[in-house]
Design a protein around this ligand. Structure first.
Ligand SMILES: [Zn+2]
Length: 95
């Protein structure tokens, strides 16, 4: 890699804001444990922990954890190999 130029992390704000502003229940994830691919809406969510814990409906391994505090949130996706999010088609003039 010869081009060592980079932008600081502030430039991620727009793209990530767009990503997380969509309805994630329509997103698809793959379980890291068993490889099952399915909609986020199909996960089994347990809300009686200190946050939300979503488990794979096939193998029951943890796919996602979300802990919310008044001024911040922690999102742990270690149990998902990927998260595929449907995005609106790009429109002319929009980055
Ligand atoms: Zn699984």
């Amino acid at each position: 890699m010869t081009d060592m130029s980079y932008l600081d992390g502030n430039m991620l704000d727009g793209p990530l804001r767009e990503l997380f502003a969509v309805d994630l229940s329509a997103a698809t994830s793959r379980c890291q444990s068993c490889g099952t691919v399915g909609p986020m809406a199909g996960l089994h969510v347990f809300s009686h922990a200190p946050g939300l814990v979503a488990r794979c409906p096939v193998c029951s391994e943890v796919t996602l954890r979300l802990v919310r505090a008044p001024d911040r949130a922690w999102l742990d996706l270690r149990g998902a190999t990927f998260l595929q999010v449907p995005m609106p088609l790009e429109q002319p003039g929009r980055l």
